[in-house]
Design a protein around this ligand. Sequence first.
Ligand SMILES: O=C(O)CCC(=O)C(=O)O
Length: 288
Amino acid sequence: MVLNTDLPRAITSAEIATYQNDGVVLLPEMFDAGWIELLANGLAANCENPTDRSRVWDRDAEGRTMFWDSQAWQGIEQYRRFIFDSPAGQIAGELMGSTHINFFFDAVFVRSAGTQFTTPWHQDEPYWSVEGYDTCTIWMPLVQVKRENALAYVPGSHRSDTVFYQYNFGNLNPDGKTDVDQVDFSGIAEKVFPDIDANPGSFGVVSWDMQPGDCVVFNSRIIHGGSGKLDKDRELRVFTTKWLGDDVRIKFRECGMDPDHSAIMTEQGLKPGDRPGKDLYPRVWSRT
Ligand SMILES: O=C(O)CCC(=O)C(=O)O
């Protein structure tokens, strides 16, 4: 399989400005068919051999499921190849204007055909074992997805300083898995989470029709959610990667973390205030 390790085209200054102003940008046709085939094979292997962290987030009466896994890259060669050899790290670095990019973790969101479950609206970085503005996700559907079923975003919300009461994803556990990460923002939240679904238009919500090879890059502080409600013949297989830029430092949060990396960070000698690094968070790109 031939894999193009270079960007298929330059990222434009307009795309960088959109990412910085809105906190989210659609980049069409950034990964060619070779990368998509590789990741599709990796995701199939991941679903067959999930990590201990994986779980079903939703299972309905008809047996349709939403499956999630995270930080599977160390065991899945196809993911490793993507992380180290694809242009993804460069895309993150150019959009965030960073000098260095470290890889944080992968997460997959796999909905079987017709799944109605929708991802609750949330921000990512408040849940994480790091803190920083320069954090982003590359969201890649490995199958075609319609705008109304894709992940949606509230442009500009990444710049809000308000500490919202965020959803506890640990509640999504129909199979009663033990040792699931939990968060409780009640001690620190300043406001209830905005009710985006009540009036998406007033929040300027955006999302896009996407093909395999397209990606959306979003700042990890942006409010996002709403993906799902699939047609009965449509599945949704999404591979995401999370990237860390210049200002990011390790932070252990009393409200809980999801995914909670504090134990594995500590095992590797990483502590609050450190720059994430070592084998766990490899540096994959530097501006030359
Ligand atoms: O794809 C989804 O439904 C959720 C993705 C998401 O929330 C994320 O990558 O942070």
